[in-house]
Write a protein that binds this ligand. Sequence first.
Ligand code: UD1
Ligand code: UDP
Length: 351
Amino acid sequence: MKVLTVVGARPQFVKAAAVSRELRRDHEELLVHTGQHYDDELSAVFFDELDIPRPDANLGVGSDSHGRQTAAMLSGLEARIEDENPDAVLVYGDTNSTLAAAIAASKMEPPLAHVEAGMRSGSDIPEETNRVLTDHAADLLLAPSPDAMENLADEGISEGVHFTGDVGYDALLWARERADWSVLSDFGVADEEFVLATVHRDTNTDDPTRLEAIVDALADDPRQVVLPAHPRTVARLKEFGLYEAAKRDLTLTDPVGYRQFVALLDAATVVATDSGGVQKESFFLDTPCVTLREETEWVETVESGWNALVGADGAAIRETVTGATKPDEKPMPYGDGNAAKRIMEVLSDVT
Ligand code: UD1
Ligand code: UDP
């Protein structure tokens, strides 16, 4: 079987690595990078650290408006699928790279398989558009949780739906064994004595009021707050005149590699984030999470008490970050860490 995998952004490299390891045991994979993320710390570092081969092709589309970026990817991906004629096209998550590949593949011969199918937050963000459209174009819908299965059923999608569990859990289990703990001494933090934060959603970074409220609230925490910042966040902090204060009050760093990030996440007392992946990873690692969004697609993390949705409300951020505790129990709706194996079984059956 020959599978053409499309990736483009940081979380997709992490998830594709877990599936690639299984896939390449017995099958051929062509890894196509759209070039949506291109800075070394958002892209190359993951290929270096995650034990996956370099992409077979990089379309080099770079950053642009949603429409232009997606269109450039669509055009490049269509040509690749035509040239390679794979047995399946595999896409991950909800980025513009996911949508572009879905549009291209859905009008061509090979079946389209969507990993992380059925995730819904109910909000009007670009990622929700990408998720919904990709699911409605896909032939194989690989769902990470029972809730995702229900969301698909609610939208009338019943064919090709499979519960696989979450490949992010597979990836995390692999990385936890290989976590780079040296990052703790690099940043001068000790186990369970600091706060970890990430902010990259445009709803937070591009709105000066929200960004300032988040930075101020984090800065007020008496503990050290480590914030590995996405380049967009750094650019907006500078643009809105918030950078100097953030640099003074927080441990503001470049993004770190996945093995370092997993070490930080495991060791932190609490994480404050607007990331989808980080909400889940903190749940897997028993680190309480405060989510800087009004809604989430990973609803089980909130229902079980391990995650609190606070948006960009400064008072709510202060209160929940300070008061975060670990609930006594944790459900495990995201499978058993063998999602990649199940995905391979499904793909092998249909190709
Ligand atoms: C994208 C995804 C988001 C995902 C995130 C993972 C979409 C619509 N968004 O958001 O779902 O959570 O990736 O991290 O697909 N930039 C750089 N260097 C890079 C890449 C981007 O400086 O290597 C800057 C550019 O100014 C760019 C901005 O970051 O305009 C945003 O990048 P983009 O890929 O459009 O969205 P992300 O916020 O990274
Ligand atoms: N991550 C990382 N280094 C960082 C920040 C995040 O390796 O400095 C990893 C994180 O562990 C997770 C993924 O990047 O696997 C999440 O990416 P992001 O938050 O950008 O995207 P989202 O999950 O929100 O789509």
